[in-house]
Design a protein around this ligand. Structure first.
Ligand SMILES: CC(C)(COP(=O)(O)OP(=O)(O)OC[C@H]1O[C@@H](n2cnc3c(N)ncnc32)[C@H](O)[C@@H]1OP(=O)(O)O)[C@@H](O)C(=O)NCCC(=O)NCCS
Length: 202
């Protein structure tokens, strides 16, 4: 249970390491999310052999109840496995954690889950004592840019023609991750959890 939630109201999503059996679902989100999806083999390789990278998924973990929004959304029956609703990849470089990918299933967007996944990834990165979190984002991807800016990422450069189709990448960075910054991010995480929970009660 997360510190921000009432004992009777555990946070209804589990952020956990990606496993090979998750890849089919991850690929479905990937194909809905990126014009040039990673191949399945890339995820398989990272999970099996990625010594400097970590991948996580987010999954509802509560027993289904017909009165909650996600069970209506999932049309899930008791005993059925929860779907994966989003994922993130982190690669560790000296002093830095690089977000290699992040996506939320289209049907689950706009509820704070993307922000929650990114915050959890940043917290995992901080456990590895990195000073900075970095990423690239397409120049046209306003939604993701807004998410990163909201969390305090700043643009540090532009890489011309970075993507296969010739689009530029914005290079963004968060940090240095000192104690005050960690507290600030924890505060946002708590607020994001509360926001996600308000959707559950609808
Ligand atoms: C980017 C992505 C992960 C965001 O996931 P999400 O669950 O919809 O995001 P959230 O609901 O947590 O919203 C987080 C923030 O993103 C921004 N955002 C989300 N939807 C937005 C929209 N339609 N327009 C503008 N900003 C938006 C806002 O800053 C929002 O914070 P706020 O709601 O407090 O204002 C999701 O849109 C996605 O999977 N996109 C396709 C893959 C992708 O582009 N990944 C990034 C690669 S760099």
């Amino acid at each position: 249970m997360n510190a921000s939630t009432h004992p009777s109201e555990p946070f209804p999503f589990l952020f956990r390491p990606m496993r090979e059996e998750d890849i089919a679902e991850v690929m479905e989100i990937e194909r809905h999310s990126f014009s040039h999806p990673w191949p399945e083999s890339a995820y398989r390789h990272e999970i099996r052999y990625g010594t400097d990278s970590l991948f996580y998924v987010l999954q509802p973990y509560r027993e289904p109840s017909p009165t909650t929004w996600w069970d209506r959304l999932l049309r899930r029956r008791p005993g059925e496995r929860s779907p994966i609703v989003g994922y993130v990849g982190i690669r560790f470089l000296p002093g830095e954690a690089h977000i290699t990918t992040i996506a939320v299933h289209p049907e689950w967007r706009g509820r704070g889950l993307g922000k929650y996944i990114l915050l959890m990834a940043i917290q995992r990165a901080m456990q590895h004592r990195v000073r900075f979190v970095t990423l690239e984002v397409r120049a046209s991807n306003r939604v993701a840019q807004q998410l990163y800016t909201d969390l305090g990422f700043r643009v540090t450069g532009v890489q011309r023609g970075y993507y296969r189709d010739g689009e530029d990448a914005w290079l963004m960075q968060l940090g240095p991750l000192d104690g005050a910054e960690m507290e600030r991010l924890e505060e946002i995480r708590r607020a994001t959890e509360a926001r996600v929970l308000t959707y559950e009660r609808r």
